[in-house]
Design a binder for this molecule. Structure first.
Ligand SMILES: [Zn+2]
Length: 231
C-alpha cells in the first residue's frame, strides 16, 4: 500500500454504503450482512422489458427499497458523492457476471439539467458510468443533454404529459454513432420513459443498439421473488 493510500484509509475508513459500518480488510465495497440483503434477482423472462421498446437489454442489480433506497437518496440528495464508488463496483460486478459488457463499444449516461448539476455538484449517473468505463476499459462519452426547465416529475403528474415532452437532446459536439453499441447508465428504473427517450435519441443518431444499466428499481415485475425467498 502506498503511504498516501494508507493515510487516506486511516482517516477516511471505507464504509459500507448501506449500513455505514466500517469495512473490514478484504471487504471491497459492501459488508457481508448487506451483501445478503440488498441484491435482487432479476427474472430472466422480464428482459427485454415491455416498457423499454428502445432498449435491447436491461441490467439492474439492486431493489429500490430499504438500505439500498436509503443509500440512493443519500447519494442523490444528501451530497454523499462517495457512494458512486461502491455503487459502480456493485454494478460493474453485476454487468461482468451477466454479460452486460459483451458487444458494447461505448458507455454513456442519462444527463441531469445544468440547474440540477449546479445545485448537486455532480451527476450521480455520470460518476457511476465513468467509473464503469475505468473498470471495464470501455470508453465513456457524454452524448446527451438534458434541457433546462425539465426537472424531475412527481409521480402525481400524468404519464402522457411526461412522455410527450422532449426532455433530452443529442449533444452538439457528440459524434454520430455509426452502429456503435451503447450501454446507457441511469440510477433508477421506474416507468422506463427516461431510458426510452434517451435510447431513442441514441438510435436516431446511429447507435447499433442500446442496452441499459440502472443501479436499482422498485418495479415488482422485474425481479424474481421466489429466488429471493429461497436464497
Ligand atoms: Zn452494510
Amino acid at each position: 500500500m502506498r503511504t498516501s493510500e494508507f493515510i487516506s484509509k486511516l482517516f477516511f475508513p471505507r464504509k459500507c454504503p448501506f449500513c455505514g459500518r466500517v469495512l473490514r480488510a478484504g471487504a471491497e465495497y459492501i459488508c457481508a450482512a448487506c451483501a445478503d440483503t440488498v441484491f435482487m434477482y432479476t427474472r430472466a423472462d422480464a428482459l427485454p422489458h415491455e416498457a423499454l421498446e428502445k432498449v435491447l437489454r436491461l441490467y439492474v442489480p439492486l431493489r429500490y427499497t430499504g438500505a439500498a433506497k436509503d443509500a440512493m437518496l443519500r447519494f442523490k440528495f444528501g451530497g454523499e458523492r462517495w457512494i458512486f464508488e461502491p455503487f459502480a463496483r456493485l454494478l460493474h460486478r453485476y454487468l461482468a457476471v451477466n454479460g452486460g459488457y459483451a458487444d458494447v463499444d461505448l458507455i454513456t449516461c442519462v444527463p441531469i439539467s445544468a440547474n440540477r448539476f449546479a445545485g448537486r455538484g455532480y451527476n450521480q449517473s455520470e460518476l457511476v458510468a465513468r467509473r464503469l468505463s475505468e473498470l471495464s476499459g470501455i470508453p465513456f462519452r457524454a452524448l446527451l443533454v438534458r434541457r433546462t426547465g425539465t426537472g424531475s416529475f412527481t409521480s402525481s403528474e400524468n404519464y402522457a404529459g411526461r412522455a410527450a415532452e422532449k426532455r433530452f437532446l443529442y449533444g452538439a459536439d457528440a459524434p454520430e454513432l455509426k452502429a456503435l453499441r451503447v450501454l446507457l447508465v441511469d440510477d433508477i428504473f421506474t416507468t422506463g420513459s427516461t431510458l426510452n427517450e434517451c435510447a431513442g435519441i441514441l438510435l436516431e443518431h446511429g447507435a447499433g443498439y442500446v442496452n441499459a444499466a440502472c443501479m436499482m428499481s422498485g418495479r415488482q415485475d422485474i425481479y424474481d421473488v421466489s429466488r429471493e425467498e429461497s436464497a
